[in-house]
Design a binder for this molecule. Structure first.
Ligand code: MGD
Ligand code: MGD
Ligand code: SF4
Ligand code: MO
Length: 759
């Protein structure tokens, strides 16, 4: 009988970072529970945690590299796969140059330590500006507005949930999503505590979500109307003399300018565009201003829309104007154990961020943080000329299901000369690859949420060592990226891994060691290398970041500080306490001030003005929005029976008045069409959706030829991104508009029987 063991780990599936207690017997997972002793999640988990067992055991999960020859796939050794990749990339580079290369990085990279750290090596070695990621179908607007206001794309304030009295939440459904750009396990518990202490939660959403069900108050908003609504709140604060930034005043630039900009956005003027009555806007503004401690938080719904960056900016403008930024119970900055640039380096000032340093070739969209909008990936592949994309690497991404105008993108992918997918499935996207390189099971790798703890509502750190040994021959993803980088740099496939990894960590150390203000400034790379022995790979890099981070031992200078060993000795996590005020030290703007009126945002207000006229004109058809489901995670977990079972969740929600007007009945299959595509989907009639709005979840549409997803294909659903229009962007951030797309909903036209069709 094999021994039973208990492992304490952090769940790597979403942003909540829940602690798990996993019981195993040999290579078998026996049970998965919440870790009651976890310093952050205290036992909370969601149903997705259980799916880790099936994900680990999924027969469709790839365990060997795959090479495609025409229509058929062959398993290959890692050497064969790398040789094939070297051939493919060299041909493209020889023929078209490096500007023909491109990469797309998907969401799970953020939840994977090796990928977070080492995928950068691939992008650097590629030497092309064609870099795309899921960020531009997600949070890019928030990162852009945060960088413009506070100096870095990671200086995003999070609501201090445990101490706030008033939370105004827009376009987020954390009870289902478990939170985003706000790392906070057990949102239900947190909201209940907020209400128990007499606090209020106000939800603004075109759907009455599960989060809205827990709220004190919920208001429908017309999709895309948030910037108008938020500007009107500012307007009321100004008109009623409620602007009170208090201690923030000394840290502000541009206050008068913002107040002036808000003058024309009166509640009466914006009400038709946001669908919220003027008296409600006034009431909410007053409540927000007079609450002892309040926070405004906006997410997905406020980002993936036409004015996403303006909306994201105004969320924090409101936090400032009400004096709630950076105070307990308001919107605060985390202080993470690993946070290059915002916890270390010179405090209080920085280089800030520049945007639009280059533009996309075809449509001229500006870059943001070195990325181009994924909405323009297809046109960059299709359009001939210097710089046309001819090869693509996807890394943990499924753009065929998750980015706009999927049908156009699929045709584009088919036309590529060479494609590599680093992915654990042969799915809707990777089926276009010539070679697929699978990473290990999530239980076979170390885990530390480098990105997400930077946005946590409590300062915590938690490390998980690999739970199982990797299967024979299976490399860690850090190795896959080092190999790919070496191939892309034109240095072949034969280097010893240890020396590649040593070069990599030496560069990481050098960058930090050269920075004035760093705790290891001038200490010497060799000395630090010795101190990191005998660690390798991502654990060595993590140890370095921890030791040079906010709580680190600074390689001896701070003997009470932490190292990776400290985390290893504390499997339930380290708790550094609730958030503390960080102004002005957290700022990285060149002025050392909060930029309340960044010029690019001020300029974009003219576009918002133009949109107001358009929004007032009554539109034909419906506005389409998305939604998430607790037992789903974007596009890639529908192959796990524990999550896939149950009734069909890929339905079009429609309000009863709309269904009645169109003479539609529950579960009827209807046709939904937009400028770019059309799908057929069953309807679900519910008054939880605003009249004139329909909702369809994304990430479905699995029955595509060539994919190897047995379970998912049995309950395939339809791909909502067939409807998303790739020409609609928030121009400042390049983020796609995925919410508020105009669609027509119709009964399926009766088919004319063949015998009645005359020539
Ligand atoms: N219409 C609409 N579209 C949306 C959204 C929406 O709300 N509405 N949401 C958007 C958002 S927020 C996001 S983040 C994107 C997500 O967009 P993507 O990141 O492109 O899509 P995912 O569904 O997360 O697919 C992840 C891929 O990574 C693979 N994978 C999983 N784990 C690993 C791993 O450990 N290693 C490797 N190498 N591969 C792995 C999976 O097999 C899958 O192919 O979708 C966006 N698309
Ligand atoms: N179960 C589950 N959890 C997930 C994911 C998942 O797919 N499934 N995905 C993960 C990822 S990658 C992310 S980014 C997060 C996202 O997490 P959240 O930001 O919480 O996003 P959603 O749950 O999509 O909620 C967005 C809400 O915005 C509303 N909305 C749509 N348009 C508008 C609008 O114009 N204005 C306003 N105010 N609201 C609007 C929608 O009705 C919806 O309720 O979730 C993560 N967690
Ligand atoms: S909420 Fe997220 S982190 Fe927590 S158990 Fe569920 S999937 Fe895992
Ligand atoms: Mo996301």
């Amino acid at each position: 009988m094999t021994e039973t063991k208990t492992h304490i780990r952090t769940c790597p599936l979403c942003e909540a970072t829940c602690g798990l207690e996993i019981t195993t017997q040999g290579r078998q997972v026996i049970a998965i529970r919440g870790d009651e002793a976890d310093v952050f999640s205290k036992g909370y988990i969601c149903p997705k945690a259980y799916s880790l067992k099936e994900l680990d055991a999924d027969p469709d999960r790839l365990r060997q590299p795959m090479i495609r020859r025409g229509e058929s796939w062959q398993t290959a050794t890692w050497e064969e796969a790398y040789a094939e990749i070297e051939r493919g990339f060299s041909q493209v580079i020889d023929k078209h140059g490096r500007s023909a290369l491109s990469a797309y990085l998907g969401n799970p990279n953020v939840h994977n330590l090796s990928n977070t750290i080492y995928s950068q090596a691939v992008l650097l070695a590629m030497g092309s500006r064609n870099i795309f990621s899921a960020s531009t179908v997600d949070q890019m607007p928030k990162q852009v507005s945060a960088a413009m206001m506070f100096g870095s794309g990671f200086s995003i304030p999070v609501p201090d949930l445990e101490r706030t009295d008033y939370l105004l939440l827009l376009g987020a459904n954390p009870l289902v999503s478990n939170g985003s750009l706000m790392t906070a396990p057990d949102m239900r518990g947190r909201i209940r505590r907020l209400r128990q202490r007499g606090g209020k939660l106000v939800v603004i959403d075109p759907q009455r979500t599960r989060t809205a069900d827990e709220a004190t108050e919920h208001h429908f908003i017309r999709p895309g109307g948030d910037a108008y609504f938020l500007f009107a709140l500012v307007n009321v604060l100004v008109e009623e003399g409620l602007v009170a930034p208090g201690r923030l005043s000394e840290h502000l630039n541009g206050l008068e300018q913002v107040l002036e900009l808000a003058r024309t956005f009166t509640p009466e003027r914006v009400a038709p565009a946001c669908g919220i009555a003027p008296e409600i806007i006034r009431k909410l503004a007053r409540e927000l201003a007079t609450a002892e401690r309040a926070a405004v938080y906006g997410r997905m719904g406020t980002c993936t829309q036409e004015f996403g960056t303006i909306a994201s900016w105004l969320v924090d403008v409101l936090n400032v104007l009400t004096g709630n930024l950076d105070r307990e119970g308001g919107a605060m900055f985390s202080r993470a154990a690993v946070a290059p640039n915002t916890s270390t380096a010179t405090p209080g000032k920085g280089k800030g961020a520049k945007f639009g340093r280059w533009k996309s070739r075809v449509s001229g969209y500006p870059e943001a943080f070195g990325e181009l909008p994924v909405a323009c990936l297809a046109e960059e592949i299709e359009t001939p000329g210097e710089g046309q994309i001819r090869a693509l690497i996807t890394i943990a991404g499924n753009p065929v299901l998750s980015t706009p105008n999927s049908e156009r993108l699929q045709k584009a992918l088919e036309s590529l000369e060479f494609m590599v997918s680093v992915d654990i499935y042969l799915n809707e996207t990777s089926r276009y690859a010539n070679v697929i390189l699978p990473g290990p099971s999530p239980l076979e790798r170390a885990h530390y949420d480098m990105s997400l703890y930077r946005l946590a509502v409590q300062n915590v750190a938690n490390f998980s060592a690999p739970m199982f040994d990797r299967a024979q021959g299976q490399p860690d993803e850090s190795e896959i990226f080092l190999r790919l980088a070496t191939i892309l740099a034109g240095q072949g496939t034969k280097h010893e891994l240890a020396s590649l990894d040593e070069n990599f960590i030496r560069q990481v150390i050098k960058r930090e060691e050269e920075q004035a203000g760093s705790v290891v400034f001038g200490q010497g790379v060799d000395e630090i290398m010795t101190a990191l022995q005998p660690r390798q790979g991502s654990e060595r890099v993590l140890d370095f970041y921890l030791r040079t981070g906010a709580y680190g031992d600074a390689f001896g200078a701070n003997p009470a500080g932490i190292t990776l060993a400290t985390l290893e000795a504390n499997p339930h996590g380290l708790d550094f306490g609730l958030l503390q005020p960080r102004l002005p030290e957290v700022l990285r703007t060149p002025s050392g001030k909060i930029e309340l009126a960044p010029p690019a945002l001020v300029a974009d207000v003219a576009r918002l003005e133009r949109g107001l006229a358009r929004a007032k004109a009554l539109e034909e058809g419906f506005l389409l929005v998305g939604r998430r489901d607790l037992r789903s995670n974007n596009s890639w977990m529908h192959n796990l029976p524990v999550l896939a079972k149950g009734k069909n969740r890929c339905t079009l929600r429609i309000n009863p008045t709309d269904a009645a007007r169109l003479n539609m009945t529950e579960e009827e299959i209807v046709q939904v069409s937009s400028r770019v595509g059309q799908v057929e989907v069953p309807i679900e009639i519910t008054d939880s959706i605003m009249p004139g709005v329909v909702s369809l979840p994304h990430g479905w549409g699995h029955k595509l030829p060539g994919a190897q997803l047995q379970v998912a294909s049995e309950n395939a659903g339809v791909n909502s991104n067939i409807l998303a229009d790739e020409s609609l962007l928030d121009t400042l951030s390049g983020n796609a508009v995925l919410n508020g797309i105009t669609v027509q909903v119709q009964k399926i036209p009766a088919k004319v029987p063949a015998e009645l069709v005359t020539a």
